[in-house]
Structures are given as structure tokens and as C-alpha cells.
Design a protein around this ligand. Structure first.
Ligand SMILES: [Zn+2]
Length: 348
């Protein structure tokens, strides 16, 4: 990747209305069988087309082939009973009915590899693929078998590693792990969270990223954020550990958040995927607003290591809003890229 400030997204994009009900999260499919398989591929074509047309440098699948960023992956594993449901508290924030781990978890077949092969076939741009992180997977299930979050996370890390290696072989350039749990369970992050993540990336030649955010703009998250005070310092717990880890890229939320910019200094030396687009507000940022966020971040990250991105996924937005936000991101990055390319003139 030779472009300075290559743009990308955290992951999800809205799905077309013929594939799933628009503007809601975790929307069920509108198609089934062969029509669903074909519909997913067409949605991937649209996602690539829109990202390319709007100047996104590192393209993702827009999560067009999955209903939920964690459970769609888990559906492909054995050892989890989706009929047996328990209510658990997710991210220590909201209650949800979740499937139960009833036995040894195993990946019976590749999960997203066929989708990645398809995506690789329709674009020459660098590809980024997101998988759930081990801790966030654990936090989205009821465990009646291992009875240990750490043990279950370790099993998931090995499974994720198998999937990641196959995604890499399919031509994926960056493998991202979504770990919103890292902003909640600080003791566990230090005890085993980062270690499990490193197990998941073991032996990969592709670049690796971890995405840690404050979630989609749903009510449980906005209520939680409202109680976090004027300075969000959650990253302070995980960043020093990640700085010393083998993960290449740290993805964080920044636009309109109360994250103090200087926390980015804690991952100095790593690449930083900086959220310069708010996903909790439909108002489209101006290019100048995006540029301003990027400029301020450059005090704490080298330009070579800055990857302008979105705060989180954009799945719940109307498509028009998400597309305009992609354009704003590209335009904002271009402003700063041009500034950086301009020779510094000495003042006579
Ligand atoms: Zn996110």
C-alpha cells in the first residue's frame, strides 16, 4: 500500500433492501436458498462498487454476507446449541438471549472463505476482512461447558486462527478482529484478552488489526456513552498492552467521541485506523471536519501509519448517508494528503 493515508471502513455497510430489511441492525434475510447465495454475491458487487467509486483504498465486504458480526461466525461451529438460549448481560450493558456452549467448540467448515475468494475476484484493491475477537465471542454466549471465559476464548482463538489463515490464502491483505469487549473488561484484557488475540494471529503473514469501539449508535450504547463522563479513557487500559503485542493495526473511535487524542500516543509505532466518521449521527461530516480530526491525530501518529476510517460499522444507516460519509472520508483524507505532500517553504 503506497498511498499515504489510505482510507478504509471499520466494516459493515448498509445492505440492499432486496437482501435484508434496511436500516436495522441484525436484520433477517429477505431471500433464501440459492436466491440468498446469489443475492449475497450481488450485494458484495455493490459494496465493492460503492467503495471504489467513492475512493476507499482498502476495501471490505461491508459484512454483506453476515447477519451479525459474532453469531454468524458462531453458527458455523459445532459445540454451540442455538435452540438452547439463556439471557446474559452483553458487554456489561444490555441483556440478550444468546446460544449456549454445550460441548467442545470446533470449526466444522470454513466460514467466510468462499465469500473472500469471491470478493478477491472482483477487485484488485487491498482487502480487509473482519472477524469477531475471542473475548467478544465469549461475551456473546452462555457457556455451560468450559465454565471459564479464558478457556473458551483460547478455543475460539485457535478456531479464528484456522479461519484467518484460509482468508489470507484467499488473498485477504488485512485481517481484523473486532474486540469491543476490550473497552469493558479491563482486568480480563490484561489477564488473557491480548494473549488470546495474539494466538488468533499466530503465523499470519497478512497484516492484522484489532477494532475497539464504543459500538453502533443503538440506544444501549448511547446511554452507556452518556454515563462515561467528559473524557473516555477506556483505551488507556488496552493500548499499552497492544503496543507491545504482535498486532499491526489498532482501530479506534475518534470522531465526535470524548476519547482524548493523546491516548493514541500509547500505541506509537503501530498503524492507527482512526475513526474520523461518526456512526451514531446521520449528519454527514464535511471534508474539512474529517481533515481537522486527521490533522489533530497526526500529533500522535506518524503520517505513514495513519489509516483514516469510520468509528464503527455503518450497517444501520440509510444507504445514501453511508455513501456520502464514504465520500466525506475520502475528501477529508485527500485534503490532508495534499498538505503533507506540499514542500515545506522556508520563511524568508
Ligand atoms: Zn465497532
Amino acid at each position: 500500500m503506497n498511498t499515504l493515508l489510505p482510507t478504509t471502513t471499520a466494516g459493515s455497510l448498509p445492505k440492499p433492501s432486496w437482501l435484508a430489511q434496511p436500516e436495522i441492525l441484525w436484520s433477517p434475510w429477505s431471500l433464501e436458498g440459492d436466491a440468498l447465495a446469489e443475492g449475497k454475491q450481488d450485494a458484495l458487487r455493490v459494496a465493492v462498487h460503492e467503495q471504489t467509486r467513492r475512493g476507499i483504498d482498502i476495501v471490505s465486504d461491508g459484512e454483506q454476507t453476515r447477519q451479525h458480526f459474532v453469531t454468524t461466525f458462531i453458527e458455523h461451529l459445532s459445540g454451540v446449541d442455538f435452540e438452547k438460549r439463556e439471557t446474559v448481560r452483553i458487554r456489561d450493558r444490555y441483556d440478550a438471549s444468546v446460544p449456549t456452549v454445550v460441548g467442545e467448540v470446533r470449526r466444522e467448515r470454513p466460514v467466510f472463505v468462499d465469500d473472500a475468494v469471491f470478493l478477491r475476484g472482483i477487485t484488485d484493491r487491498p482487502l480487509k476482512w473482519a472477524l469477531p475477537g475471542p473475548m467478544t465471542m465469549v461475551d456473546t454466549l452462555y457457556d455451560a461447558h468450559y465454565k471459564s471465559r479464558e478457556k473458551l476464548a483460547w478455543e475460539f482463538a485457535q478456531i479464528l486462527n484456522e479461519e484467518a489463515r484460509e482468508l489470507e490464502a484467499a488473498g485477504v491483505d488485512i485481517i481484523q478482529f473486532d474486540e469491543p469487549s476490550f473497552n469493558v473488561f479491563f482486568d480480563e484484557v490484561a489477564d488473557w484478552g491480548v494473549a488470546a488475540l495474539e494466538r488468533a494471529v499466530e503465523g499470519l503473514k497478512a497484516e492484522t488489526a484489532v477494532h475497539i469501539c464504543y459500538g453502533y449508535g443503538i440506544k444501549a450504547n448511547t446511554d452507556w456513552k452518556a454515563g462515561l463522563g467528559s473524557q473516555w479513557r477506556q483505551y488507556e487500559a488496552s493500548f499499552p498492552l497492544l503496543q507491545r503485542s504482535s498486532i499491526d493495526i489498532i482501530s479506534l473511535e475518534c470522531q465526535h467521541s470524548h476519547v482524548p487524542m493523546d491516548l493514541i500516543e500509547l500505541v506509537r509505532g503501530k498503524k492507527v485506523m482512526l475513526g474520523a466518521i461518526d456512526v451514531a449521527d446521520e449528519r454527514v461530516e464535511t471534508p474539512e471536519e474529517v481533515a481537522d480530526t486527521l490533522r489533530r491525530a497526526l500529533a500522535f501518529v506518524d503520517a505513514d501509519n495513519l489509516i483514516p476510517s469510520t468509528n464503527c460499522g455503518m450497517a444501520p444507516f440509510p444507504r445514501r448517508v453511508a455513501e456520502q460519509k464514504l465520500s466525506a472520508l475520502t475528501a477529508g483524507a485527500r485534503i490532508v494528503r495534499d498538505e503533507l505532500a506540499r514542500p515545506v517553504r522556508s520563511v524568508a
